[in-house]
Design a protein. Structure first.
Ligand code: HEM
Length: 129
């Protein structure tokens, strides 16, 4: 039986495994690598803090998640792939309430990011002003 996500080591395993898959994905990998380039360590650190805040209620993240996504060349297909990779990774390693919550939260944020991106794009508005 698998365990649930319980501590920072679990978060690191989830984040490292997920972004490893992301970097090697033919659809979304190039988008991430194009923006992040040689700053992967910094991005991973930030994502540990993000998930630690959400799932462990240890408030180490204080950024604004949406702005870096505002102008990315992405649509529904990219978010679908992101969610597939994420739930594969989470359920490969974990099971339980926190694992389910991670998927649920990611799904809500993906829906929100995509609807904002499309709204601003379709209406020719700048999401960052
Ligand atoms: C196809 C979908 C996605 C793409 C291509 C994408 C790409 C990126 C990129 C390029 C960055 C900026 C890295 C940097 O310059 O430092 C970033 C940051 C981030 N992403 Fe995503 N992302 C996607 C979906 C998501 C989803 C669904 C979530 C929610 C769980 C998420 C959460 C975050 C967070 C929290 C940050 C850090 C924001 C900050 O700077 O504080 N992303 N993402």
């Amino acid at each position: 039986m698998k365990k649930d996500i319980q501590n920072l080591d679990d978060i690191k395993l989830m984040v490292d495994t997920f972004y490893d898959k992301v970097q090697n994905d033919d659809l979304i990998g190039p988008i991430f690598n194009g923006v992040i380039q040689n700053r992967w360590d910094e991005h991973l650190e930030k994502m540990y803090r993000f998930w630690q805040t959400i799932l462990l209620e240890d408030y180490t993240y204080s950024g604004r998640p949406f702005p870096p996504h505002a102008h990315l060349p992405v649509d529904e297909l990219h978010f679908k792939r992101w969610k597939e990779l994420f739930s594969d990774v989470v359920y490969t390693h974990f099971e339980g309430k926190k694992a389910d919550e991670a998927i649920w939260r990611a799904d809500k944020m993906a829906t929100m990011f995509l609807s904002k991106i499309l709204y601003f794009r379709e209406n020719n508005l700048n999401p960052l002003t």
